[in-house]
Design a protein around this ligand. Structure first.
Ligand SMILES: C[S@@+](CC[C@H](N)C(=O)[O-])C[C@H]1O[C@@H](n2cnc3c(N)ncnc32)[C@H](O)[C@@H]1O
Length: 269
């Protein structure tokens, strides 16, 4: 099928390719192409006991991964693309699949577009990286999402103030756990070998691990400990294909990181 590139006007300057009358977004995938996730996606979906597993693609942006995911499922309605960029979601809505604007750091926002325990698979490419670069957020306790066992009430002598927390993936991890089925997976592709510090069993030499832990006072007062919600099934370095053209003499080896997390059976409410 012949591909014709058609320029469209949008704020990010992306192109739309038209294939046989069907439009799809074309983006500069110099981050890494969608196919980089093929093997873990195939393996994970083969593991699913559900006939049409639903996939939540977080921080979809305008990545071709949204379209690529369709090759892994029976019907496009199994794919739900979410991003807080309205522009990206509006562009995506030209296609089948579900598309919604939501902020993964907000429980309210996620629950406005996702049903609890509905997805078998969360998938992302660089979304947690983006979250890790964001400003600190304030979390107030008691948190509206907790383990089924009741949390400690705040002491009247020591009322809890909102606690600043670095918005690392442990911030959305309970939100994503809520909407994922027990035994479901979270496949993440990242620039960082330390993207899920809360899943590290022992502190690494990098001091970031300690700094990035969920503050004890939050855990003591009901913020769900992500280590009880997600287990690390797999973490591996993926060597990025070299960038640069003819004449580039030395290209440093660049590794990206693939993570596969499993949702535990710990219940949330
Ligand atoms: C580095 S881009 C990656 C985009 C795409 N996944 C790709 O591989 O090309 C990170 C994406 O995550 C989205 N994002 C960052 N923080 C978010 C949040 N709190 N809630 C929802 N989306 C978020 C951004 O809008 C952006 O589209």
């Amino acid at each position: 099928m012949e591909t014709e590139d058609v320029a469209i006007e949008n704020i990010t300057g992306q192109r739309i390719a038209v294939e046989g009358g069907v439009e799809r977004l074309v983006v500069d995938e110099n981050l890494q192409p969608a196919s980089i996730l093929d093997a873990p996606l195939t393996a994970t979906l083969l593991d699913s006991w559900i006939s049409k597993p639903e996939i939540l693609h977080i921080g979809c942006g305008t990545s071709l991964l949204s379209y690529h995911l369709r090759e892994h499922v029976e019907t496009p309605e199994q794919i739900h693309n979410v991003d807080f960029s309205k522009e990206a979601i509006e562009l995506g809505k030209r296609q089948f699949m579900y598309w919604d604007t939501a902020d993964l750091l907000s429980l309210h926002s996620i629950l406005s577009v996702c049903r609890p325990a509905s997805y078998f698979l969360i998938v992302e490419k660089y979304c947690s990286d983006s979250i890790a670069c964001a400003e600190d957020i304030l979390i107030s306790v008691p948190y509206p999402l907790a383990f089924v066992s009741p949390p400690l009430p705040p002491s009247p002598h020591n009322p809890l103030n909102p606690t600043p927390v670095r918005p690392l993936p442990h911030t959305p991890a309970p939100h994503l756990a809520l909407v994922t089925q027990p035994g479901g997976r979270w496949i993440a592709f990242s620039y960082s070998s330390l993207r899920f510090p809360f899943l590290t069993s022992s502190p690494s030499s990098d001091s970031e691990t300690w700094e990035d832990a969920v503050p004890d006072e939050l855990l003591m007062h009901g913020f769900s400990d992500p280590t009880r919600l997600w287990m690390l099934e797999r973490k591996e370095a993926v060597e990025a294909p070299p960038e640069g053209g003819v004449g580039v003499v030395h290209r440093p080896k660049v590794s990206h990181w693939l993570y596969v997390l499993v949702r535990t059976r710990k219940e949330l409410q």
